[in-house]
Design a protein around this ligand. Structure first.
Ligand SMILES: Nc1ncnc2c1ncn2[C@@H]1O[C@H](COP(=O)(O)OP(=O)(O)O)[C@@H](O)[C@H]1O
Ligand SMILES: [Mg+2]
Length: 246
C-alpha cells in the first residue's frame, strides 16, 4: 500500500467535496412521523475540519448519516466526491462507504480482546489484505495518532483519549477521503477532548481529507476551520472561525 502519510493525490484543500441541498428526512415510529432534517443545506470541503454544532435532538447524527451514505434523504440531494448518493443502489452506497468513508463514534466501539494494533489490522484484513501485509500500515496509522508506544495494549489498559485515538487510527488506515465523527469527544474530559479535536483538524490539513465532526460541545469550536450551527434539522448559521463570534 502507498505511504499512509502522503496527502491524498486528488485532494485539493478547499475543494468542495460534499454538497447537501434541502435534505428532508423523517423517522416513523408506529403511527408517528417525526421530521428530523427539514431542509438541511450545507457544503463541506477537503482539507478542513468542519464542526456541526447544535443541541441534542437537532438532527446531527442523522445529518452525518446522509454524508456517509448510511441514510438516504426522503427528498433533497446529497453529492459526495462527484457522485449523487441518492441515485446509488444500496450495494453501491455500501461500496462508497467502504472505499471513501471512515467513521468515529462517541463510544469508541473497540473490541476488548484485541490490542490497538489488532483493531486497526482487522479493518485492513476485512478489506482483503493478508494479515502479514497490513501490520506496517496499522503501525503507520497508530503513529499518525501518536500511539506507537501503546500498540500492544488492549482497550482496558488505555485511557479514554487513547481509545479514541485507536478508533481514529482504525478509521484512517484505509485512507478515506471523508472522515466522519459523531460526538467524538463526549466521553472525554476537557483536555483529552480538545486534543482529539486538534488531531482531527491536523488530519484534515495533513491529508486533505474532508473531516466532519458533529458535537454539542462548544469547547471544540476553536479547533474548527468552519462551524455550522444546526437547529431543528437545518443549518441556521455558518462561520469560518470561532473568532467571528467574539
Ligand atoms: N432511527 C430513528 N427512529 C426514530 N426516530 C429517530 C431515529 N433517529 C433519530 N430519531 C429522532 O430524531 C431526533 C434527532 O435525531 P439525531 O439526528 O440523533 O439528533 P442529534 O444527533 O442532534 O441528537 C431524535 O430526537 C429522535 O427522536
Ligand atoms: Mg447524535
Amino acid at each position: 500500500m502507498a505511504d499512509l502519510l502522503a496527502v491524498h493525490e486528488s485532494a485539493i484543500s478547499g475543494e468542495l467535496t460534499i454538497r447537501v441541498r434541502e435534505a428532508v428526512r423523517s423517522f416513523r415510529t408506529g403511527a408517528t412521523l417525526t421530521p428530523v432534517l427539514r431542509g438541511f443545506t450545507a457544503d463541506f470541503r477537503a482539507g478542513e475540519l468542519t464542526l456541526v454544532v447544535g443541541p441534542s435532538g437537532s438532527g446531527k447524527t442523522t445529518a452525518l448519516g446522509l454524508l456517509g451514505g448510511l441514510l438516504r434523504p426522503d427528498s433533497g440531494s446529497v453529492h459526495a466526491l462527484g457522485q449523487d448518493l441518492t441515485s446509488l443502489s444500496p450495494r453501491e452506497l455500501e461500496g462508497f462507504r467502504l472505499r471513501h468513508c471512515g467513521f468515529v463514534f462517541q463510544s469508541f466501539n473497540l473490541f476488548s480482546a484485541l490490542t490497538a494494533r489488532e483493531q486497526v489490522m482487522l479493518v485492513l484484513q476485512y478489506l482483503g489484505h493478508p494479515p502479514e501485509a497490513v501490520r506496517p500500515d496499522a503501525d503507520a496509522a497508530l503513529a499518525e495518532v501518536g500511539l506507537s508506544a501503546r500498540a500492544d495494549l488492549r482497550p482496558q489498559a488505555l485511557s479514554g483519549g487513547e481509545k479514541q485515538r485507536v478508533a481514529i487510527a482504525r478509521a484512517l488506515c484505509k485512507r478515506p477521503r471523508i472522515l466522519l465523527a459523531d460526538e467524538p469527544t463526549s466521553a472525554l474530559d476537557r483536555e483529552n477532548g480538545e486534543n482529539i479535536a486538534g488531531l482531527l483538524r491536523e488530519i484534515a490539513h495533513r491529508r486533505g481529507a474532508t473531516v466532519v465532526a458533529v458535537t454539542h460541545d462548544p469547547r471544540l469550536l476553536r479547533h474548527a476551520d468552519r462551524i455550522l450551527e444546526i437547529e431543528d434539522g437545518r443549518i441556521v448559521r455558518e462561520r469560518t472561525s470561532a473568532l467571528e463570534s467574539l
